[in-house]
Design a protein around this ligand. Structure first.
Ligand SMILES: [Zn+2]
Length: 199
């Protein structure tokens, strides 16, 4: 079962990117935790974000494209956390390769200039995911992070005052990693003490 822990949503332009990344929860990864396992899953996800896509309107190629975008965004978020976070260069390269298929146009029709997806369906939804960081601006985008725990990698928005958050939640990954670090330090001290005694 997916762990239902409340995650504060990112500011509005980044919600599609955050939600797409979090269709897979690494912490509890297993096939059952893949939120985009079928084209129908993707159709539902698009509808949940206000883009009308019929269940039979999504192809396997659309699903592949969505997964490339998802993992590319996850990789792009890695440096926002800290230097400890590994960045998946291949996922970033794959995103770069497909980004040209996701077209956006500048619209001056409304009161505010806007980036609007060209086209419809899944591609329009994925174009919105990529428009989010541009609309949000660099300072906001930098606060969307992936959890430092490499088994988790949930996307969370860092609302901390100084922008130093590294865990998706202190209660879950933060506490678990502190406990792990404590056990490792104690083990290292025990090994060192034994070595000193010549045991
Ligand atoms: Zn986490």
């Amino acid at each position: 079962m997916r762990e239902n822990r409340p995650l504060d949503p990112a500011p509005e332009p980044l919600v599609p990117a955050q939600d797409l990344v979090n269709t897979w929860f690494g912490r509890l990864a297993g096939d059952a935790e893949e939120g985009l396992a079928t084209p129908v899953d993707l159709a539902r996800w698009c509808r949940a974000h206000g883009v009308d896509v019929a269940d039979d309107g999504v192809t396997d190629a659309d699903l592949d494209l969505a997964l490339v975008v998802r993992e590319g965004v996850r990789a792009a978020l890695a440096p926002h956390n800290d230097s400890v976070q590994p960045q998946d260069a291949q996922a970033l390269a794959r995103l770069r390769d497909v980004a040209g298929e996701l077209t956006l146009a500048v619209s001056l029709a409304a009161a505010q200039p806007a980036l609007v997806p060209v086209g419809s369906g899944v591609r329009a939804m994925l174009a919105r995911v990529l428009a989010g960081p541009v609309v949000a601006g660099d300072q906001t985008w930098r606060r969307l992070k992936v959890c430092r725990d490499c088994r988790c990698r949930t996307a969370f928005y860092d609302y901390s005052r100084n922008g130093s958050g590294v865990w998706c939640s202190m209660a879950a990954c933060g506490a678990a990693n502190k406990q792990k670090a404590f056990v490792e330090r104690r083990r290292d001290r025990t090994i060192a003490a034994r070595a000193a005694r010549g045991a």
